[in-house]
Design a protein around this ligand. Sequence first.
Ligand SMILES: *Cc1c(COP(=O)(O)O)cnc(C)c1O
Length: 406
Amino acid sequence: MISRRNLIKQLSAMPLVGGLFTTTAPLLTASAAPALAARNVIKDLGLRTFINAAGTYTAMTGSLMEDEVMETIQATSREFMMLDDVQTKVGEKIAGLTHAESAVVTAGCFSAMTLGLAGVLTGMDQKKVEQLPHLEGTGMKSEIIAQKAHNIGYSHALTNTGCTIIQVETAEEAEKAINERTALMWFLNIQSDKGKIGHQDWVALAKKHNIPTMIDIAADVPPVENLWKFNDMGFDLVCVSGGKAMRGPQSAGILMGRKKYIDAARLSMPPRGSTIGRGMKVNKEEILGMYVALDKFMARDHQKEWKMYEDRVAHIASTVKSIKGVTTETFAPELGNHTPTLRIFWDPAKINLTTKALQEGMRNGNPSIEIVGEPNGISLTTWMLKPGQEKIVATRLKEELSKATV
Ligand SMILES: *Cc1c(COP(=O)(O)O)cnc(C)c1O
């Protein structure tokens, strides 16, 4: 006897045979799903697809979900569930994997920050939840302390709650900035080499004054251990993107940390309305897809993958270096998008090509390829490539660079 779960799995693997099962599984209608699958909306809408040698850029739709994630999304789309049940069960699993007390799937890292702060501000007070983002006269705290070097665009996620950012540079300044209005001390991992105060000192300082801490590690996985490192270190809330290297849904992320803050954050989340988070809905398919993506990511052979990305970079580097005047540099950023990265430079006396012209040549070629423009050359990564695409990227780069040889 075939179980319903396996039936759903088989059906999603064989979209055209749906009709055979209409008597045993009437909800899985034969017509709707296969017809949609057969319709090529990419072509119908004239959308450009491309080989992504750039990286996990939001504008380029992040990353590609793996089959297991898409199968989860498809299979779970055929049943109703209570949204809160899904979040609770998934949250428990994610918390277990990441050494956190609790976790919840949010609409990306940005919304994890807004919602996590909302939880800190309101606690379990329903009235306060409805008052956000208007803080005046409510008794809620209103200031976030952040290092000046960390205060780049993403802190807007925090000011969305009505709070203001108080910038500091030294530990002394941070300590002086703490007062009865201080709600949170926020840390941005990707800028941690720019600020004067390190992770541990930040947490210690906050603990000394009983202030909750939050860290944004949006693009800082891999390394995989970052998924639990900052929970272990004592940050009260950790926010990460789901749709970057973890290859979950692009519109998903994770808020993890202290249970009391996660419980409170959920008061500002769907299905509850009259909240600042009502528009940050994540559907059950993506919540479950995010869990599967995380689980799968943690189980991967990260060393083997690293080697594969390195080999691809090496192939592209050796191909373009055969052109006179081309030099390359291979490195991996320590912070943010930690993956083998290739920079390509050329001598303008030997190759008459601007960075922009090379980018456009690659973009307008067939197949279209996206690379990153840098001040004196281009850079690329190979982790978003499908197997074999590194050969196409190498060949196309060589063509474009050779064409411009003087
Ligand atoms: C990508 C990114 C975000 C936003 O994350 P989303 O998952 O797209 O909401 C926030 N902070 C940093 C440092 C990022 O790189």
